[in-house]
Design a protein around this ligand. Structure first.
Ligand code: 5GP
Ligand code: ZN
Length: 112
């Protein structure tokens, strides 16, 4: 996807600092953080969302990335929230699968 911002970041076309990288995914800080820790875990391949035929290896890499980011950012013990907005009604604005990892402050008990 030539005009997809997350394709460009994940494939190095736009230089970014990665907190985690393997063959399938990268993790980098959100441009507009909603919490002291706000990291996006993004597959290198373009999938529109979580239910867009994402290979099992990519899902495993996303889980490894979340674990590594949580350790690196010091939120593994305190807890954190993972969010994947799926579709416009959910507020998805970048149509390339990404998982938000949020933490570093009390996030409240509700889902939204
Ligand atoms: P969504 O609303 O699609 O779930 O979340 C998209 C997220 O991507 C937003 O939190 C937004 O701040 C972030 N974002 C959009 N463009 C960029 C960018 O170019 N770089 C980074 N690091 N984050 C971005
Ligand atoms: Zn993309």
């Amino acid at each position: 996807m030539s005009d997809c911002i997350f394709c460009k970041i994940a494939n190095g076309e736009i230089p970014s600092e990665f907190l985690f990288e393997d063959e399938n995914v990268v993790a980098f800080r959100d441009l507009n953080p909603q919490a002291p820790v706000h990291v996006l875990v993004v597959p290198k391949a373009h999938h529109e969302n979580f239910v867009d035929n994402v290979p099992a290896e990519t899902l495993a890499s996303m889980e490894a990335a979340v674990r590594a980011v949580a350790e690196k950012c010091g939120i593994a013990e305190t807890g954190f929230r993972c969010i994947m907005n799926t579709g416009t009604a959910a507020g998805q604005t970048v149509m390339h699968l990404h998982m938000h990892v949020l933490g570093g402050k009390p996030l409240g008990e509700g889902l939204i």
